[in-house]
Design a protein around this ligand. Structure first.
Ligand code: FA5
Length: 347
């Protein structure tokens, strides 16, 4: 009978899903006046003879076991292990925990903004692969094999085993014109490659920009990184002049950096433009170089099958990190690639 009482009490406590139900079960079994345990204790008085000491001992064991079972369930309820469906689950008046959500990298944000500004100036987006052949990175850009720009020490050439099927890298690889006789591939060193790819596929007029990663084995310092981004621009039409180039770059600079920004053009040299200029923009008292530009060289137009007697145009290539740094007063390019959230959170 005592064993049955213990089992019944354990079941009743375990079945209690709320503090009230548990209290009711406690009164039923452990109630001081009319609890079932109390009744069983009264029954003990009727036991006589040699059974009496054993029955008293057993009663105490069962009483302790029932009390322990109750304490255990009560403890679980209070710590939330047994869920009371009627109890409030959480205090909705407490301040919430703000979830940590990611955001776009400052360079991605810059790219979006540059696309927006240049879009309003009538330029659409073109794209090209980061793994290039020598035709698009050099040859078609009027950079012949003996040119120092092709020095293996100044470029990230890829080793392509002759036995390896090129499929291994096709996802990011050039898909048109395997025209470079060497068959060598490299990480593109400038976005000017996309000028060639675009002109190979569309007829003039052309008015595009292309933004993306380029790679050079440059030593990292405050203004250089071995991987960086460029924004290339290309405009091909009839009667395009250097004045058009200058006004587009001035409009771009004052829109992105502010009305007080000055743009300076210094005579320079690039194999794919003639004449060529270096583009500087003011940063307070100082001038910072942001990129190169010029009128597209007739040799480049011929390489893509355009007629230099019919069309002409300008091209420019600007460093995106430098634009982002100038805009947000970042003084060291390496900050952009440390992936320190304390830095990135500020954008
Ligand atoms: C070029 O890459 C030419 N393709 C630009 C061009 C395009 C000229 C079209 C004419 C017509 P340059 O090597 O100067 O030019 O690089 C352009 C810009 O990229 C630099 O002014 C600088 O802003 C940025 N840049 C160059 N090297 C690095 C580097 N290691 N880290 C960060 N930015 C760089």
């Amino acid at each position: 009978e005592l064993e049955q009482l213990l089992a019944a009490a354990q079941n009743a406590f375990a079945a209690a899903k709320s503090a009230d139900a548990l209290e009711a079960a406690r009164i039923e079994f452990l109630g001081a006046k009319s609890g079932r345990l109390k009744a069983a204790q009264k029954g003990l008085g009727q036991v006589t003879g040699p059974d009496k000491p054993g029955a008293g001992k057993r009663f105490n064991e069962v009483k302790q076991a029932i009390e322990a079972a109750f304490a255990e369930i009560q403890q679980k309820q209070q710590t939330g292990e047994v869920v009371d469906p009627h109890a409030p689950r959480f205090d909705i008046s407490l301040p919430g925990i703000r979830p940590r959500i990611g955001r776009l990298h400052p360079i991605s944000q810059t790219i979006d903004e540059l696309k927006d500004i240049m879009g309003r100036l009538g330029f659409s987006i073109a794209e090209g692969p980061e793994i290039e052949d020598e035709w698009h990175n050099f040859e078609a850009l009027n950079i012949p094999p003996e040119h120092p720009a092709r020095n293996p020490l100044d470029n990230f050439y890829l080793q392509v085993a002759e036995t390896t099927h090129p499929v291994a890298v096709t996802a990011h690889t050039a898909t048109t014109k395997p025209t470079s006789p060497s068959g060598l591939m490299l990480l593109r060193s400038q976005t000017s490659t996309v000028q060639i790819r675009t002109m190979e596929t569309v007829k003039p007029p052309v008015r595009i920009i292309s933004l993306g990663r380029v790679y050079r084995p440059d030593e990292a310092d405050a203004t250089h990184f071995p991987m960086f981004h460029q924004m290339e621009g290309l405009l091909i039409d009839k009667h395009v002049t250097m004045a058009d180039l200058k006004s587009v770059l001035r409009m771009f600079a004052t829109t992105y950096l502010g009305r007080d920004v000055h743009v300076r053009f210094r005579p320079s040299f690039f194999p794919f433009t003639e004449p060529s200029v270096e583009v500087d923009m003011s940063w307070g008292e100082r001038w910072i170089e942001f990129g190169g530009a010029g009128m597209v060289d007739p040799n480049v137009l011929r390489a893509v099958g355009y007629d230099p007697e019919e069309v002409c145009g300008f091209a420019f290539g600007l460093g995106i990190e430098r634009l982002c740094m100038r805009r947000h007063c970042i003084t060291d390019i390496r900050e952009l690639y440390k992936n320190d959230v304390r830095f990135l959170e500020q954008f």
